[in-house]
Design a protein around this ligand. Structure first.
Ligand SMILES: [Fe+2]
Length: 316
C-alpha cells in the first residue's frame, strides 16, 4: 500500500462506521459541493478541495514523499517531535500515523463537529436544537485551536523524510460504531449503569486501561441507577460539544451518556440534569478505534508498531 491508499482506506472505513449513516454523510458532501460552487473565484482559491470528497477535515495526509510501498508504520495517539525522532531512530519506518490531528487536520478540527448534531438527532434530540447548540461551540473550538503551531510536527516529519498522516474522526467512528453495536446486542442485560460499566470492561482496551487506573469511570449518577436510553454521543465528532446539551438530552429521553472524556463544567451540567455519565477513558477509547483501523491496514500486508499511549489489541 502507498500512503495515499492507507489514508483512503481509513476514510472509507470511517464513512462505513459513521453513526450518521452513509446517506447522511453523502448529504454533507453534497452540501460542501454546493457551498463551494457558491464561492467567489477569490474564495475558491483558498478552499480545502479535500472537503469535497472527504467528510473528515481533522484527518489529512500531512507529508507524502511518494514512496511506492509502505512496509512499516509507527502509529500512536499523539505523534509529535519526539515520536517522529523515535521513528527516524528506529530506522525502518516509512510512515508515521497519528490519531490526534496535526497540521491541516488540527486547523480543521472544529469542522467535523457538526457530526455531533446528527448523532444527537439519531437519539431523539431535534436537529434544530442540537444544531443551534453545537454551532457556537464549533466557533469556540475553531478560535481555541487558531493560535497553535499547527505545522510544527509536520515540518519535523519533512525534515526527517518521513511520510506523516493523521486519522482522527474515522478512527473515533470505528470505536463508536463498535460500542453502539455491542450495546444493541447486549441491550436486554443492560438494566443499570453498573451493568454498562461491566460490559465496557469486557473490551480488552478498557480491561487493560483499568489495570493502569485509567479505565471506565462513572462521572455522574450511580451504578445502581437505571440506564434509561444509552447514548454514545461523546465519542466521535472532534471534541467535547456544548455543555448546554444535557438539559435537552434529559428532555428528549436520554438517560445515560458514554463519552471518552468530560470537563468538570460539562459533568456538573449532566449531573444537574439527572444524566448518568460513563467516561470510558480517553487513551483506551482512542486505542479501540485505532486498533480497528490498524487491523485492516495489517490485513493489507503492512507491518505496524505502536507508541504514544496506544494500547494495541489485535482482533485479526
Ligand atoms: Fe482523543
Amino acid at each position: 500500500m502507498t500512503t495515499a491508499e492507507i489514508y483512503q482506506l481509513a476514510i472509507r472505513l470511517g464513512v462505513e462506521a459513521d453513526l450518521r449513516g452513509r446517506a447522511s454523510v453523502k448529504e454533507h458532501l453534497r452540501h460542501a459541493k454546493q457551498q463551494y460552487r457558491q464561492l467567489s473565484k477569490v474564495a475558491r482559491a483558498d478552499f480545502d478541495l479535500e472537503k469535497l470528497i472527504n467528510p473528515y477535515a481533522d484527518s489529512r495526509i500531512l507529508v507524502d514523499l511518494g514512496r511506492a510501498k509502505i512496509k512499516k508504520i509507527l502509529a500512536g495517539i499523539d505523534m509529535e517531535g519526539s515520536e517522529l525522532l523515535a521513528a527516524k531512530q528506529l530506522g525502518d519506518i516509512d510512515l508515521v500515523l497519528a490519531h490526534h490531528p496535526e497540521g491541516l487536520g488540527l486547523a480543521g478540527l472544529s469542522e467535523v463537529m457538526d457530526l455531533q448534531a446528527d448523532v444527537l438527532a439519531g437519539y431523539g434530540v431535534p436537529i434544530n436544537i442540537a444544531e443551534s447548540l453545537i454551532k457556537p461551540r464549533i466557533s469556540e473550538v475553531s478560535r481555541g485551536v487558531s493560535p497553535a503551531n499547527h505545522d510544527r510536527s509536520v515540518d519535523m516529519a519533512k525534515l526527517l523524510g518521513l511520510d506523516f498522516i493523521c486519522i482522527h474522526t474515522p478512527a473515533d467512528n470505528l470505536g463508536a460504531r463498535y460500542l453502539v453495536d455491542l450495546i444493541n446486542k447486549k441491550q436486554a442485560k443492560l438494566k443499570r449503569v453498573g451493568d454498562l460499566l461491566k460490559l465496557l470492561l469486557t473490551i480488552p482496551e478498557y480491561a487493560q486501561a483499568a489495570k493502569q487506573k485509567t479505565g471506565p469511570t462513572l462521572f455522574a449518577g450511580n451504578a445502581d441507577n437505571h440506564c434509561g436510553k444509552i447514548a454514545v454521543t461523546e465519542f466521535t465528532g472532534g471534541t467535547s460539544g456544548s455543555k448546554d446539551i444535557y438539559e435537552k438530552m434529559a428532555n428528549f429521553g436520554i438517560g445515560t451518556v458514554i463519552g471518552m472524556h468530560m470537563s468538570e463544567e460539562h459533568r456538573r451540567e449532566a449531573e444537574k440534569n439527572h444524566i448518568n455519565v460513563v467516561i470510558a477513558g480517553h487513551m483506551a477509547s482512542d486505542s479501540l478505534g485505532m486498533n480497528l483501523l490498524l487491523d485492516k491496514i495489517v490485513d493489507q500486508g503492512v507491518e505496524v508498531i505502536t507508541t504514544s499511549g496506544l494500547i494495541r489489541i489485535k482482533r485479526n
